[in-house]
Design a protein around this ligand. Structure first.
Ligand code: ADP
Ligand code: MG
Length: 219
């Protein structure tokens, strides 16, 4: 088992944002986390990504607690946050170069990765345009690209298609499928759109009010 959440729980004062969540991902799977706004998806993802500590419970990566050993997971993790995190006064290419350097890429390797990712997200011919002139869908694609430069083994995506045009949305869904099939990337995909997770996922966890209320096997 690649990743496992065990009785994962997060309380914010009175709010039980995440309440004893159990889920797992096998290597090579696309797993969906489906639920309405406020269900606890982002909080679950934040704990799995080691961004916030759980109130109780644990997350295990290859059977080791990430609370004790966060670095092993962080090194192979790509996170696409719900909020777009880009520099609007930089070009697409400059943004990717910046995120690549954060992942300690440089020189010819950085150039190669940036070119590869630009092609993958379909922005090669817009690479020198400033992000502030991009559509919502293009920004989303670039946000995803920023998480792919270091070729993560596990990609965690937090509602990556919210508020964009259908064409960009389809492009993103197809890109996730390709990453999974061609690069064997394992994906945890969060959404409130049933049809997206049905299209993408091997298994879907349905979440509401902090709890997993159902698990559905699609393929
Ligand atoms: P989702 O991503 O499914 O929309 P969230 O994980 O963002 O849900 O939120 C789950 C619940 O936890 C909501 O009631 C939200 O208001 C609350 N919550 C999330 N983050 C915080 C925080 N930092 N402080 C207090 N409450 C929070
Ligand atoms: Mg959220």
């Amino acid at each position: 088992m690649m990743l496992e959440a065990v009785e994962l729980t997060k309380h914010f004062k009175q709010t039980k944002a995440v309440d004893r969540v159990n889920l797992y991902l096998e290597q090579g799977e696309i797993v969906g986390l489906l639920g309405p706004n406020g269900a606890g998806k982002s909080t679950t993802i934040s704990m799995i990504s080691t961004l916030i500590p759980p109130t109780s419970g644990d997350v295990r990566f290859h059977n080791e607690s990430i609370i004790k050993e966060p670095a092993k997971l962080r090194n192979v993790l790509g996170i696409v946050p719900q909020e777009i995190a880009l520099y609007s006064d930089l070009s697409a290419k400059e943004n990717l170069r910046f995120f690549g350097r954060i992942h300690r890429l440089s020189g010819a390797e950085l150039n190669k990765k940036v070119d590869e990712v630009l092609a993958l997200i379909g922005l090669t011919d817009r690479q020198n345009d400033l992000v502030k002139h991009f559509s919502g869908g293009m920004k989303r694609r670039l946000n995803i690209g920023a998480a792919l430069l270091h070729e993560p083994k596990l990609l965690i995506m937090d509602e990556p298609t919210v508020g964009i045009d259908p064409q960009s949305r389809n492009y993103i869904l197809e890109t996730v499928k390709r990453l999974n099939q061609e690069k064997q990337m394992t994906v945890l995909y969060t959404s409130h759109y049933m049809e997206e997770v049905e299209f993408l996922c091997d298994r879907i966890y349905i979440m509401d009010k902090g709890c997993i209320i159902a698990v559905s096997y699609t393929h």
